[in-house]
Design a protein around this ligand. Structure first.
Ligand SMILES: [Zn+2]
Length: 89
């Protein structure tokens, strides 16, 4: 087989029509589902627990949860017209 397989990777333009408004187009978007402040508070509180050695295990859990809260992103459809957000399944 000497022929090269040419795979043309077409840019996948994923968009759907918004059902909540007329003419809006929904595009894929990444949003942060959690409040950043909650995550930061958890991390700070967790670090304090770890630093003082009080409830170190809970502190570690709090830090992990905090990091998750801060970093977690959600893949959703976002309407560019009315701003509606629909969860992708
Ligand atoms: Zn819309």
């Amino acid at each position: 087989m000497s022929e090269k397989e040419e795979t043309t990777v077409a840019p996948v333009v994923e968009s759907v029509h918004c059902r909540l408004c007329d003419g809006g187009t929904m595009r894929r978007a990444l949003i942060k589902p959690y409040n950043l402040n909650v995550g930061i508070v958890l991390i700070v509180a967790g670090l304090l627990c770890l630093a003082t050695g009080v409830l170190a295990f809970l502190g570690l859990l709090a830090v992990l949860f905090g990091i998750y809260f801060v970093w977690a992103k959600k893949d959703v459809w976002l309407c560019d017209k009315c701003g509606a957000i629909v969860e992708r399944i």
